[in-house]
Design a protein around this ligand. Structure first.
Ligand code: 4AD
Ligand code: MG
Length: 435
């Protein structure tokens, strides 16, 4: 009897009779011998079928295998042989029998070059390719590492709602929907609800999809992306920056442990990830502006940084940097003003090296009721929608803060790939809702 196995564990079955289920990744051969690269989701293995052997088992089977199209599904039985020169996994299968399960004719994605639009139209099939599998496995490793980080440090997972009555990150990127006759919005960030969580549990986090109706189609923007957002009570601004730093150091190291082969497959410069060590340079917005002036990069006074400024700044360092104390006027209503200079807010952006830009945004929250009411008015936000949020300041307010990491921005940088849309299973962008 053949033992059912997967490619990932094949090394334990040398010289044994096994059964593999999978798909034809690739194929070559002659009239007498066929080499089938079988992809089973855990790896790829070369299977060798000889006409002479198979004709005895089932006449016609060899011809059928020879003609199988790319991505046909089949069950293969045979003996495992260690073979250093075999492609992919150092082992090969000498086929003794096979069952074709589902033929695939004219598979649309062939080894030739396809454009990104074509590949994204076929996203549901594109995952079968090696590069996309490596990216998804890095994403999985990152998410696992992130959860481990918070779970091991007494954070309580308290997910925020997705349907919300109000804006968190400004009103220009809201997706509106009809909620039984009244307007509702897809959440831009779970933060406000985590602030309620932190006053109950001290440390909480949420991890879920967030939505921004981004009008610009850039390599850094999705309209639906995943964000992890820790929130901590009794923390000050330096504490928030320490947390961002500690988190990124741990999570990056853990991804290197969990997904090094995939990063190598993507030809990522591993040394760049190994340099993610404390301390990260901390630079104020004002100092960053001075540095940009030295570098000859223009910044509109008191304006937010865009991709050119972020890239120029980050390129001056070999690890992530933390830019803090941005102008209050350009930041969200909930950010606490710097007591030493109210024109600056206690907010921080973590910029990834190598031009990947902002991966974390966070800061200390305004904890004074009257100041916060003033901010909500100044930002022309509807006060009724924030009454519950103001309660957090009415009933036992305390210093608190946290951050949000965009998972796909993080994974894009970890993998060292160009465009964020390859780092989420089914990207949603300005011009794409399908598949
Ligand atoms: O800087 P942002 O807007 O901060 C917040 O939403 C805070 N409420 C988070 C918090 O303090 N709890 O977004 C946080 C991160 C960004 O640094 C970026 O990584 C990611 O979310 N992000 C996006 N990722 C992909 N596509 C977009 N359109 C993104 N917008 C933000
Ligand atoms: Mg931001």
């Amino acid at each position: 009897m053949a033992i059912p196995v997967t490619v990932a564990t094949i090394a334990s079955y040398a010289e044994q009779q096994v059964e593999l289920q999978g798909w034809v990744y690739n194929k070559r051969g002659s009239g007498k011998i066929a080499f089938i690269m079988l992809r089973d989701g855990t790896g790829i293995i070369q299977c060798i079928a000889s006409k002479k052997d198979l004709e005895e088992v089932e006449p016609g089977l060899f011809q059928r295998l020879r003609k199988l199209g790319q991505e046909s599904s089949l069950i293969i039985r045979g003996t495992v042989h260690a073979e250093e020169r075999a492609p992919f996994c150092g082992h090969e299968i000498h086929v003794t029998s096979a069952t074709v399960v589902g033929e695939s004719v004219d598979y649309p994605i062939t080894p030739k070059e396809h454009g990104p639009a074509f590949l994204h139209d076929h996203r549901h099939l594109w995952f079968r390719s090696r590069r996309q599998q490596a990216i998804m496995r890095v994403r999985h490793a990152a998410i696992r590492a992130i959860r481990e980080y918070f779970d091991e440090r007494a954070y309580v997972l308290m997910d925020s709602p997705i349907l919300t009555p109000n804006a968190c990150e400004g009103t220009s990127t809201l997706f509106a929907t009809d909620y039984y006759g009244r307007p509702a919005f897809l959440t831009q960030s779970g933060q406000l609800y985590q602030e309620a969580g932190a006053t109950a549990f001290r440390k909480t986090y949420c991890f879920g999809p967030t939505f921004r109706a981004e009008k610009s189609d850039t390599r850094r923007h999705l309209t639906e992306f995943w964000m992890v957002e820790p929130e901590v009570a009794w923390i000050d601004f330096d504490g928030v920056m320490d947390l961002c730093e500690d988190f990124l150091v741990h999570v990056t190291a853990r991804v290197l442990e969990l997904a090094r082969p995939q990063l190598e497959e993507l030809e990522r410069d591993i040394a760049a990830l190994e340099r993610v060590q404390k301390p990260f340079p901390r630079i104020s917005y004002d100092d960053a502006c001075a540095k940009l002036a030295e570098l000859g990069v223009h910044v509109e006074p008191e304006d937010d940084f865009g991709s050119p400024q972020e890239t120029a700044l980050a390129n001056s360092f070999d690890r992530p940097i933390m830019v803090h104390r941005y102008p209050t006027a350009i930041k969200a209503f909930y950010m606490k003003e710097d007591p030493e200079n109210p024109a600056r807010a206690l907010g921080v952006d973590v910029l990834a090296p190598e031009g990947y830009g902002e991966i974390i945004g966070g800061g200390q929250r305004e904890d004074d009721l009257d100041v916060l009411v003033g901010k909500i008015n100044a930002h022309k936000l509807p006060m009724e929608a924030f009454e519950w949020y103001l309660d957090l300041r009415r009933y036992g307010t305390c210093p608190h803060g946290g951050f949000g990491l965009g998972v796909e921005r993080f994974v894009t940088w970890l993998c060292g790939i160009h465009h964020i849309r390859e780092c989420i299973p089914f990207p949603r962008t300005l011009d794409r809702l399908e598949p």
